[in-house]
Design a protein around this ligand. Structure first.
Ligand SMILES: [Zn+2]
Length: 240
């Protein structure tokens, strides 16, 4: 169980949350945004033999050669898995934007000993000259701005989309499951600093709920678009 201090009964409050073996179902989603005439890919997903990112892009009419910016929310293996293909950038035209605080943390030799994905999918970006380290609130395009949302990892970022007078929010791993809309204190074992992750999650979800912002959440059920709303006295994820 990746969420300590939670019970199966609590998980059963969320239909479809558990597999037949009582394991939690997670999606591993990336997002493509068209902004300011550019194609932007947020996170590159899990590199597995059955990984479907490239096939999924093709099916949706996105040519990987046209991606100009790849924004990495944080350096976990399921978010950087398709950065490189046979040692070359999978997205040959793209600059790869990586939060500097995560880079500093994950490229520490001691940390890297237990994080093989850094050596294979992240470190080579520097040698290949496709890496830009970003800090604070970074303007990706006129419409996309990163915001630090630390705790899950030291340099974790989310992205605010501002377009045509409306806002949307790309959540990253501020939350991993729709259950955390209500059980906002729940921290998965993947949160590197649970207290900070919890504080960040409360602050972000409170704001998104009060402002009714459209949210894209990569680990929530496909396609992961919705809003945090209050229904029957509980904060809930409402898919759109
Ligand atoms: Zn993560």
């Amino acid at each position: 169980m990746p969420f300590p201090d939670t019970t199966i009964e609590q998980w059963r409050e969320f239909p479809g949350a558990l597999s037949d073996n009582d394991e939690i179902n997670f999606r591993f989603g990336s997002l493509v945004v068209r902004s300011a005439g550019k194609l932007v890919l947020v996170d590159t997903g899990m590199h597995a033999a059955d990984g479907i990112l490239l096939e999924d892009l093709r099916r949706k009419g996105v040519d990987r050669n046209e991606i100009e910016l790849v924004v990495i929310t944080h350096i976990h293996p399921d978010h950087v898995g398709w950065n490189l293909l046979d040692g070359k950038p999978t997205f040959p035209k793209a600059r790869y934007l990586v939060p500097r605080k995560d880079w500093d943390y994950w490229t520490d030799p001691v940390v890297m000993q237990n994080a093989q994905h850094v050596a294979t999918q992240v470190l080579p970006l520097a040698d290949l000259n496709v890496l830009d380290l970003i800090e604070d609130e970074y303007q990706v395009t006129d419409e996309l701005t990163t915001v630090p949302t630390p705790g899950h990892t030291p340099g974790h970022i989310s992205i605010v989309v501002s377009s045509a007078g409306e806002q949307a929010y790309i959540l990253g791993d501020v939350a991993h499951h729709i259950a955390q809309a209500h059980y906002t204190d729940w921290c998965p074992i993947f949160d590197s600093d649970a207290d900070l992750a919890r504080a960040t999650r409360h602050a972000v979800l409170d704001k998104l709920e009060s402002e009714g912002t459209l949210v894209s959440a990569g680990h929530f059920p496909d396609p992961g678009f919705g809003r945090f709303v209050r229904l029957a006295g509980r904060r809930q994820w409402q898919e759109i």
